[in-house]
Design a binder for this molecule. Structure first.
Ligand code: ADP
Ligand code: ZN
Length: 614
């Protein structure tokens, strides 16, 4: 009997045995079991599962069960060493080949591959362009191809890698080797594109729910973003690890300095830094407890640090897909985490301008515009954020009770009259004066402010001068923002001048009502913050267990430092929490705890017991 036609029960029990022994987990999660059975049985699979869903086991276990070496194609060169270290800590024989290695290092891995001393081989996609690599693969025995971050094959996505297009050839060259493509990027369009471009014609598709219930989504209106961020970190995330995303390199640098000056340790990350600094900052983020990284979106894909407690955006993401990916890096360990975004009028103006001046044809710009509109709709919704997010990915949800709009529902109000006033001010400037102005001037006119600029242009003569005193300046900015989001107003050029759209006429002609969102007065503080400044990981533990947990963390930090690996590679917080609660007295008891497999028990078991006894 060949390995491709093993009876399913054998496959299932072997996979389960590996799950227990190697990974120390009690049972499969979600569709892991079906996916693993498919691949172990020699079939192809396309897996869409959110970050933290447990994708890695879906190819790691089949690679251990099937004879031969599992080849993992991954674009995450900078993370391969960590991935391999994490597998080795489990007793899995893993290696990688990429451009960061010298000849000797590569040869060593190649030898291990050829002599069957590897379970898993990580490969950068560009290696496959090199004929010597494909020859190497021909000489060994391959158990499966795992194509990680499979959305990189999508030309319209935000992570396109040209080398991924070559992966369609894998099947032609090695027709008997099963392939499993995995991604956390979820739109239906991307899903279809992956299947077509990778030639996954007979693959079984597994689409998990994209909900991340432990992430609390919050979108606030931008006022003084750095201060707002500082407030969030101080009140709710003291001592926590997190990622802060900014649009530009400049604001990345400034924000990192600002946080550091205010007593929060933060490092910058963007494409303008030299590669050594980038690698160092990334490595510190992965290895140290409680560091904040301030980054452009160049940072984060594949970061599998499980205890990222918050992801904050100081600028509006370009698409819902990007927002979901970036926020998804919080809380892979399933513990409560925050996704926080500050957004304001200036974001809309800036993004529209970037679209107007972007390269590419009209169709491309239209697509960018559609992405932005969906993002704006998410920001301005009065409904549950999670529901809307899932709907974007074609999935159903219910009001979640764990997002800002669920926790403190915003009111919606009839903004038709203010909308008419604002649009008519824009209309009059344009038609009576042949002028275009940005939001600031238009709002000053409505508020009846006699600023030098108002006097200079004699805008106090306009019939709309001073007709909008019922709203404050910030409220008017909210009106402009929402009109832009609803496509009832447009913005152009360097100065963000306001223009009417085709739909504006409907509002001006009283044929259309405009509903708006009123920001809640009271800013949301998550219920978790009521536990004081305590570390989140310790929440829910008794006082005694918390003490033990902290002791275990200290032990773990020392071991991690000594071995030069990230702390979470030794044990995740969730495992340490369980140990602190159960207080195992023997190695056998310790081995029953989730996350303690055979190898880790042998390596760290005594150490844990000693730390407990101390
Ligand atoms: P993904 O690659 O989908 O983002 P990972 O494979 O990193 O997710 O898994 C996320 C976390 O869940 C990891 O800490 C992993 O060890 C854990 N995990 C995965 N599968 C299981 C399982 N069956 N039981 C317990 N923990 C699991
Ligand atoms: Zn909700």
């Amino acid at each position: 009997m060949t390995e491709t036609s093993q009876p399913l029960d054998d496959t299932a029990s072997e996979a389960l045995e590996v799950l227990h022994r190697v990974f120390g987990y009690a049972s499969f999660r979600g569709e892991q079991r079906d996916i693993i059975e498919t691949v172990v049985g020699g079939g192809d699979a396309l897996v869409l599962m959110p970050t933290g869903g447990g994708k890695s086991l879906c190819y790691q276990i089949p690679a251990l069960v099937r004879p031969g070496v599992g080849v993992v194609i991954s674009p995450l060169i900078a993370l391969m060493q960590d991935q391999v270290d994490a597998l080795r800590a489990l007793g899995v024989r893993a290696g990688f080949l990429n451009s960061t290695q010298d000849y000797e290092q590569r040869r060593e891995v190649e030898q291990a591959f050829l002599s069957g001393e590897l379970d898993l081989l990580y490969l950068a996609p560009e290696r496959l362009r090199v004929e010597s690599t494909t020859r190497l693969l021909d000489q060994g025995k391959i158990s499966l191809f795992a194509i990680d971050e499979a959305h990189c094959v999508s030309q319209w996505g935000h992570d396109f890698r040209p080398d991924y297009l070559m992966l369609s050839a894998l099947h032609e060259r090695w027709p008997d080797v099963p392939r499993i493509a995995l991604t956390a990027t979820a739109t239906e369009a991307t899903h279809r594109e992956i299947a077509t471009r990778l030639n996954l014609t007979d693959a079984k598709h597994f689409v998990a729910s994209f909900d991340r219930p432990n992430i609390q989504y919050r979108i606030v209106s931008k006022d003084n973003p750095q201060r707002q961020l500082l407030d969030l970190l101080r009140t709710e995330h003291a001592g926590d690890a997190g990622i802060v995303y900014c649009l530009s390199r400049n604001s990345v640098e400034k924000t990192a300095v600002f946080l550091t000056q205010n007593g929060i340790e933060a490092v910058p990350y963007h494409a303008g830094l030299d590669s050594r600094t980038r690698a160092k900052n990334q490595s510190r983020f992965l290895r140290e407890d409680g560091l904040v990284v301030v980054a452009t979106i160049a940072f984060g894909m594949g970061i599998d640090k499980p205890d990222v407690r918050f992801v904050a955006h100081l600028d509006l993401p370009k698409s819902v897909e990007g927002y979901y990916q970036e926020t998804g890096r919080a809380g892979r360990d399933g513990l409560p985490s925050t996704a926080w975004l500050a957004y304001g009028l200036q974001d809309v103006v800036q993004q529209r301008k970037m679209i107007d001046t972007s390269e590419g044809d009209a169709a491309h710009r239209r697509r960018l515009g559609t992405h932005l509109d969906a993002m704006l709709a998410l920001c301005e919704t009065v409904q549950c954020r999670r529901e809307q997010l899932l709907a974007y990915f074609g999935q159903k949800g219910e009001p979640c009770g764990n997002c800002d709009t669920c926790l403190i529902p915003p009111e919606s109000w009839d903004g038709t009259i203010p909308a008419q006033k604002l649009l008519s001010a824009v209309y009059r400037l344009q038609h009576e004066r042949n002028q275009k102005f940005g939001a600031g001037q238009v709002i000053d006119i409505l508020l009846g402010k006699t600023t030098p600029k108002v006097t200079q242009f004699r805008h106090d003569d306009l019939s709309v001068f001073g007709i909008g005193t019922e709203l404050k300046d910030t409220e008017w900015r909210g009106v402009v923002r929402q009109l832009l989001a609803q496509g009832l107003l447009a913005v152009e050029g360097d100065y963000g001048t306001l223009l009417l759209t085709e739909d504006s006429a409907e509002v001006l002609g009283r044929r259309r009502e405009v509903m708006m969102r009123r920001e809640p007065e009271r800013a949301l503080r998550s219920s978790r913050s009521s536990s004081g400044g305590k570390k989140k990981a310790a929440v829910d533990l008794s006082a005694e267990a918390t003490q033990v947990f902290e002791r275990l963390r200290t032990w773990r930090a020392a071991v991690a430092k000594e071995q030069g690996i990230p702390a979470y590679v030794i044990f995740h917080d969730a495992t340490l929490r369980q140990i602190a609660t159960d207080l195992p007295g023997t190695l056998a008891e310790l081995g029953k705890i989730s996350g303690v497999g055979e190898n880790k028990l042998a390596k760290y078991g005594e150490g844990v017991l000693e730390a407990l006894a101390a």
